[in-house]
Write a protein that binds this ligand. Structure first.
Ligand SMILES: Nc1nc2c(ncn2[C@@H]2O[C@H](COP(=O)(O)OP(=O)(O)OP(=O)(O)O)[C@@H](O)[C@H]2O)c(=O)[nH]1
Ligand SMILES: [Mg+2]
Length: 405
């Protein structure tokens, strides 16, 4: 699973990325600080299955489990700022849009304080809805260009050729079929008009990859009020539903999560120094040790923000995108259903992020192709009941795959 962090320049994308991935990257108060993309791994925290099983602990591999919360890895990509006309090569051009091809979903970081414009230059009271809308328009136009460029490859052909021609975009054949079906576009002997190509690209964009807005810099005084006002004026789709095609007037807004990347970053650093017991995602923390007066004042301010907003909003934005919009869930594959462990006795070694509706055979394929080809059955480790290959798994399931060797 890969999430792209996108937005106009100078909005706090890299700060958001560095806070999320605990990785220091260049951050500065001018546009185009980032040119080459930054890649990192964010850890989402979910309630660990060992708690419900009454086990004292688990042995998480490649991650941690603290206070009953298990870490699950998500890849994150921070790219250069996009300006209006980026799909035509303006600003840093469409290379950065191409960097985002493999992303499953997007977090658009906006400067909700209104102090920067679409080019990342200083502004006062820049309209938030305009900033949110421009990115949708830009990404849609980029996708349309890609489809148009690839059209000769699937002209006169069918669905699988469209899938092949657009395979670099990371859309499933099903998503492609649905996008065409929406406007009744034929998927055999394809001969689409310019207008039909446009409609197809538009549908693919609208339903394909979700976008959530991180309304950043909410720590700046007056910003939460600006966000509240904009949401009230616009009326929100805010339910993880289809993403609007650009600002497009009456189109519903993507879900919006107010946040402060600066606070999330500072709190993680303060935790490393032992000044706070903050854990990402928490809505409260204690101040520890002996911060000096200035540090204490800043930490108190952050504490108020976190209390009022249910957190800094940064891990919350990622969680809302991954679980709420991309509809992922966590399952635990094991080899020993009695000890909930692998063969060596490592308890709940892996917590895998998979799409809701993943079946037993789907999980087998994700773990190893050999497990899928030799698939005999699966066992729900909680109930010790056998489940069939097409049995849809549930969030938190602990599953043993039985395969012929
Ligand atoms: N007050 C406040 N400032 C922030 C926050 N996040 C980022 N900033 C500041 O905003 C400016 C831009 O931050 P960056 O993370 O470099 O922004 P970017 O969107 O990656 O910028 P480009 O790479 O140039 O597109 C810097 O001065 C940051 O310190 C925040 O949550 N609150
Ligand atoms: Mg940057």
């Amino acid at each position: 699973m890969q999430i792209g962090i996108v937005g106009a320049p100078n909005k706090g994308k890299s700060r958001f990325f560095s806070a999320l991935c605990a990785m220091d990257v260049a951050v500065a108060d001018y546009p185009f600080t980032t040119i080459e993309p930054n890649r990192g791994v964010a850890l989402l925290r979910v309630p660990c299955a060992h708690v419900g099983l009454g086990l004292p602990k688990c042995d998480a591999r490649g991650g941690h489990c603290h206070g009953g919360m298990r870490e699950v890895a998500v890849q994150v990509l921070d790219v250069a700022g996009l300006v209006p006309g980026a799909h035509d090569g303006r600003g840093m051009g469409n290379k950065f849009l191409d960097d985002l091809r493999n992303a499953d979903g997007f977090i658009q970081v906006v400067d909700a304080s209104g102090r920067t414009d679409l080019e990342g230059n200083p502004a006062s009271d820049f309209p938030l809805d305009e900033e949110i809308g421009f990115l949708g328009d830009e990404m849609e136009a980029w996708l349309e260009d890609v489809v148009r460029r690839n059209y000769p490859k699937f002209r006169n052909q069918g669905l699988s050729e469209v899938g092949e021609a657009l395979s670099g975009l990371g859309y499933s054949e099903r998503a492609i079929g649905e996008a065409a079906g929406k406007d009744g576009l034929p998927l055999v002997k394809i001969l689409w008009s310019e207008e039909q190509i446009r409609k197809f690209a538009r549908n693919l964009y609208a339903d394909g990859k979700p976008r959530l807005v991180a309304a950043n810099k909410a720590d700046i005084p007056g910003t939460p009020e600006r966000i509240g006002k904009m949401e009230k004026n616009k009326g929100r789709g805010g339910n993880g539903g289809p993403i609007p095609a650009g600002s497009g007037g009456a189109a519903p807004m993507p879900p919006i999560v107010p946040c402060s990347a600066a606070y999330e970053y500072a709190l993680n650093k303060a935790a490393l120094k032992g000044l706070v017991d903050y854990r990402p995602g928490a809505d409260a923390f204690d101040i520890l040790g002996m911060p000096d007066e200035k540090q204490r004042g800043a930490l108190e301010q952050m504490r108020r923000f976190v209390r009022q907003n249910g957190g800094t909003g940064v891990p919350q934005a990622l969680g809302a995108l991954v679980f709420g919009m991309l509809k992922m869930m966590v399952v635990y594959p094991v080899e020993d259903e009695n000890r909930y462990s692998d063969r060596q006795g490592t308890v709940l070694p892996d917590a895998l992020l998979v799409p809701e509706g993943t079946t037993a055979i789907g999980l087998a394929a994700k773990i190893h192709t050999d497990l899928a080809t030799g698939f005999v059955g699966a066992l729900d480790a909680r109930t010790k009941m056998r489940v069939g290959r097409d049995h849809p798994l549930k969030d938190g399931d602990i599953v043993k795959i039985v395969a012929a060797r």
